[in-house]
Design a protein around this ligand. Structure first.
Ligand code: ZN
Length: 312
């Protein structure tokens, strides 16, 4: 089964299970002591600053993956997965992945990093409403930065055969764009976005305060984005890490959504090392909303510490 078919199957399963409720999502949050203000989990936007830049986490929706179903969950070692979820104090039968694109206002530029699932895959399709809450209409978005061409990141680019963000340049790495163009399942999407795409060499500066960072392995040109302004710095990690529990505590576990598993594992381990060593502020698209936090060392491994802490 292809990745897209697998996610579609996961979406159907999500519909059957019912969407991730605030209660279950609250349970999935790893409690962590933090002096930062708590964020209300019901909120669909979370505004913060990177230096002087305004940034807003925009909730799009969530995926609920049955942990024991290897057709839906990318982790095939289901017994170990359930045991780790249990040990982390969350429900052991479902893996909850949030989806939250990131908005950055950088002077004249209104930058959106990834576009969510566009209501596909059984997700809630909240991006447009979240954007409105943040005070932005689609025509104001000047730049879209894509981490990679999976449906929960490019699904919001096009609706009813037309561009959702008509004035935005769409940027992604050259290897990702090359792979996207070669994927027959994405032919219609590619046709619509082609006039707007400007692909860049890995590692390029893509906006005044934003630099592309290669995070190899998940897809052919998978890219994170480092935003640095004044004293502020943030790394958007795309799908280098999927689960705030499984990917962080067991980066060595194979994830079947990774196109090149060995490389993706090495990327995860390097990212966790760097994150912990540099106390790097990380934005994780799939971690519990708003997906902001840091990596900390614990015992022989790592844990995720959300910042702000979830409201209790
Ligand atoms: Zn994803």
């Amino acid at each position: 089964m292809t990745f897209h078919a697998r996610l579609a199957a996961a979406g159907l399963m999500l519909a059957a299970l019912g969407a991730c409720s605030p209660e279950t999502e609250k349970k999935a949050e790893a409690p962590a002591p933090s002096p930062a203000p708590a964020v209300a989990l019901a909120a669909d936007t979370y505004a913060f600053r990177i230096g002087q830049l305004e940034a807003v986490a925009l909730r799009d929706g969530s995926l609920a993956l049955p942990a024991g179903n290897t057709g839906a969950s990318p982790w095939a070692n289901t017994a170990e997965v359930s045991a780790l979820l249990r040990a982390s104090g969350v429900t052991d039968d479902t893996i909850h992945l949030s989806i939250q694109p990131l908005l950055i206002k950088d002077g004249e530029r209104v930058v959106l990093i990834d576009t969510g699932a566009g209501g596909q895959m059984g997700t809630e399709g909240k991006l447009q409403a979240s954007l409105r809450t943040a005070g932005v209409v689609p025509a104001q978005v000047t730049d879209i930065l894509i981490s990679h061409a999976h449906g929960d990141h490019v699904g919001g680019l096009v609706a009813n055969g037309a561009l959702v963000f008509p004035n935005a340049v769409i940027r992604m790495s050259i290897p990702e764009w090359t792979a996207m163009q070669a994927d027959a399942e994405l032919a219609e999407l590619v046709r619509v976005i082609t006039p707007k795409v400007q692909a860049f060499a890995p590692g390029s500066v893509v906006a005044p305060s934003i630099t592309a960072v290669s995070l190899d392995g998940h897809t052919p040109g998978h890219t994170g984005y480092e935003i640095a302004e004044g004293g502020g710095r943030l790394l958007y990690i795309g799908d280098a890490l999927h689960s705030s529990i499984l990917s962080v505590q067991r980066p060595d576990w194979r994830n079947n959504w990774d196109g090149d598993s060995a490389t993706a594992i090495a990327t995860r381990q390097g990212l966790l090392e760097r994150g912990a060593s540099q106390r790097l502020l990380i934005y994780a698209n799939h971690f519990p909303f708003p997906g902001l936090g840091r990596i900390e060392r614990r015992d022989d491994g790592f844990v995720w510490t959300p910042d702000p802490a979830p409201a209790s």
